[in-house]
Design a protein around this ligand. Structure first.
Ligand code: ADP
Ligand code: MG
Length: 277
């Protein structure tokens, strides 16, 4: 199919809204992810990164090409019929046991890959920590010290891995939203998912019932996810704990206003614990 032959502004139904973009159906095979705020250069990079990950054999939608409509930039992806893991759990909460294990299992599979040509996780983290305005210098210095004492790693890390970025299609699962993928230390990526699961706010359009189910179930889901990941990858518990402070500070830089108070409280607590030990 040659998409350049399509009228660029003929978008179908909107099927998803994220923090970075909205996703529209183009036809039964393709969707387009239209970003709120991206340069053409960033879009091009993202298509290339997605193609590298696709070629590695991981279950991800194919990125077809960059797209523009009315001045808004986007990427055309293979359409995945099905629901996100988050949407499915909220209507079928009994599935949390299976899904938490699956989330951990696929995270481990991602972390087995090593793909050249990706941005360096360590550089992204250092930049995010340095520009985290609400955190004082003393805490930043401690976090950077912790980070520099742990191997930087060179495994594939998703950087935004949580149940709203996995799409369930029948018995298959696909991982989307590789915008901030990097090469780095998988345990930092694990700690980041912990922060999402424990403290992350839900997307604005999340139905009330989902919010209620998530509030009740998030601690249990997190426990099941983390313990399964550490069972599959034993010997990393201490390193995991060390990563929590640096990745929580880095997360502040995402600028998600609704998350800020919780993150700051978590950072303060973790700083005090580090100082005691
Ligand atoms: N390839 C796809 N096929 C079907 N739905 C998709 C696809 N990509 C994204 N979506 C839907 O759009 C939502 C937002 O997409 P996502 O890539 O996660 O954007 P954001 O970076 O803003 O979080 C997803 O949670 C999902 O519901
Ligand atoms: Mg997303």
């Amino acid at each position: 199919m040659n998409l350049t032959e399509k009228e660029p502004d003929q978008l179908g139904t909107r099927i998803g809204i994220g923090r970075e973009a909205e996703v529209f159906n183009l036809n039964h095979e393709w969707v387009v992810k239209l970003f709120y705020n991206r340069t053409a250069e960033q879009i091009k990079n993202e298509v290339q990164i997605n193609q590298l990950i696709y070629k590695s054999g991981l279950p991800v939608p194919a990125a077809i090409k960059a797209f523009e409509t009315n001045g808004q930039l986007g990427i055309v992806f293979e359409r995945l019929p099905g629901k996100t893991m988050l949407a499915d759990i909220s209507t079928k909460p009994w599935k949390i046991f299976r899904y938490a294990k699956q989330l951990a299992g696929f995270h481990s599979i991602i972390h087995e890959k090593s793909i050249s040509g990706l941005p360096e996780q360590r550089l992204q983290l250092i930049e995010n920590i340095q520009s985290a305005e609400p955190v004082n210098e003393e805490i930043k210095i401690l976090a950077l010290g912790i980070l520099n004492a742990i191997p930087k790693g060179e495994q594939l890390c998703h950087g935004d891995y949580h149940p709203d970025n996995l799409i369930m299609t029948g018995n298959n699962l696909k991982i989307i939203d590789w915008t901030v993928a990097s090469a780095g230390n998988p345990i930092a990526d694990l700690a980041l998912t912990s922060i999402f699961l424990l403290l992350g706010r839900l997307p604005p359009e999340t139905p009330k019932f989902t919010r209620w189910a998530v509030t009740i179930g998030r601690k249990l889901f997190h426990h099941l996810y983390l313990s399964h990941y550490l069972k599959l990858n034993p010997g990393h518990k201490n390193e995991y704990k060390k990563w929590l402070l640096p990745v929580a500070i880095g997360r502040l830089n995402e600028g998600i206003v609704e998350e800020q108070d919780r993150l700051l409280a978590f950072i303060q607590k973790s700083y005090e614990e580090n100082n005691r030990s």
